[in-house]
Write a protein that binds this ligand. Sequence first.
Ligand SMILES: Cc1ncc(COP(=O)(O)O)c(C=O)c1O
Length: 454
Amino acid sequence: VRLDRQAAEPLAAQLERELRSAVRSGRLRPGTPLPSTRSLARQLDVSRGLVVGAYSQLRAEGYLVFSQGAPPRVAATIAAPVEPAWDAPRPQPRFNLRPELPDFGSFPRDEWLRSYRAALKRAPDRVFGYGDARGSGALRSELAAYLGRARGVAAFADHIVVSGGFAQAIGLVCGVLRGEGRRTLAVEDPGHSAVRRVCERAGLTIVPVPVDDEGLDPELLAATGAEAVLLTPAHQFPTGVVLSAPRRSALVAWAAETGGLLIEDDYDAEYRYDRAPVGALQGLAPEHVFYLGSASKTLAPTLRLGWIVPPPRYVRPLVDEVLETIFAAPHLEQQAFGDFVARGELDRHLRRMRLLYRRRRDALVRALGRELPLAEIRGIAAGLYLVAAFPDGYDEPRLLAAAEARGIAVAGVGEHRLDTRGPAALLLGYGRLHETALRAAAGELREAVAAASA
Ligand SMILES: Cc1ncc(COP(=O)(O)O)c(C=O)c1O
C-alpha cells in the first residue's frame, strides 16, 4: 500500500482505494488475512482511526469480512476480474456501400441544434420525468399531420406511440402479440435478417413467405396459418420491389377474414425518385395494420426515434407494453424532433436529400453499367441502395469476400434469405458516398468480381 502525503486526495480515501484495488486485481487473494488496524497504522505511520475507517468502508462494500477474535480477511467470494475478450474494431472500409445507411455528413446539425435548444428552453420541468408513455404529445401531433400528409397514414396524435427506433417498436409490437396469445409471425423471404432476429427474441415463431416481383404472396401467406405478418410494402427489403395494388387488397382481405394482423415497416419510403412515394398500406385498413416508422433513414440511426400507429384497440396494450418494458422513450429528443418537424425542417431536409441521393444513385447506376455490364441492376426506384444481381455461376459468399478484401463493405441478399433461393446479388448502398467515390467503388467492385470468378 502506497500513500502519497503530497497528493490532494485525503489519506483515508487513498488507503481505501489502494486496498480495494489490491483485492480487485487479485494481489490480495480471497481469504487472505490483513494486518490488524494497529499494526497497519504503525506500518503506514497514520492514525489507527484512519485504518479502522478504511477497513469498515471495505467491509460495508463486501470486500473484507470481520470475525470475532480473528484478523480481517479478504472476502472469500471475491473473484479477480477476467480481461474481457472483445473483437478489435474492424478497420473502416475504403468504400462503405452498406445498404442501410443515410449520409451522415448531411445531418442538419445547425437545424437540429436550434430545435434541441428550443425544446430544452421551452420544456416544462415535467419533461425531465418519464412523461406520457406514448411519448411527447407535441411530437405525436406533428407526426399525425406529417404521416397523414406524406404517407397517407390515418393517425390521431392520441393513438401514436413513440419508440427508440423501429427496432424497439417491433419488439414492443411483438410483445403485445405474444401477450394476446399469438405465436406465429410471417415474414418476407428474403427479408431483413436483423429485424427477424428481434421478432424471434420476442418469442414469436417465424414463418417465411416468399417475395416475388409484386412483393409478398398473400396466397402463400394464407397457407401458412400465421397470425400476423411483417412486411415492407413501399420498398421491400432487400429486393426493392413495391407491393402491388392487388396484393395490398388481398392482404387486407386476409386480415379481415382471419383476424390476422399486418405490421408495416415503412423504413425508407420517403426516398422515391421517379414519382411520389407509394402510400402506406395502413391508410387502407387502419383497423388491421400496425404502422411502424423511423427517423433512421431520413435523419440518422443514432437518434433512435421511431413510432407506431397501432390499430386503435391496440393503443392500450401497447402503452402497457411500454410501461412494463422500457418505462418511456427519451422525451427531450422527441420534443426536439417535434420542433424540427413543426419548423418544416424535415420536409426541407428530405427535399435536399432526395436530390442528393438521386444524383448518387444515377452515378452508381452509370458506373456499374460501365464496370459490371454483366450484373442486372434492380430496385433503383426508391431507397438508399440498389440490387446488383449476377448471372448463374457467380457465388455470393465469394463475391462478398473479394469485395471485403478490397476494402468495400457491402451486403448480399443471401444473408437475408430463409428458404428461398435466387441468383447471387449484392445490395449496394449509395447514400454515404459522393459521386466520385461511387465511381471509384464501382471500379474496385469490377476487380473484386473478377477475382471472385477467377
Ligand atoms: C428493413 C428495415 N427496417 C427498419 C430499419 C430501421 O431500424 P431502426 O429505426 O431501429 O434504426 C432498418 C434499418 O436498417 C431496416 O433496414
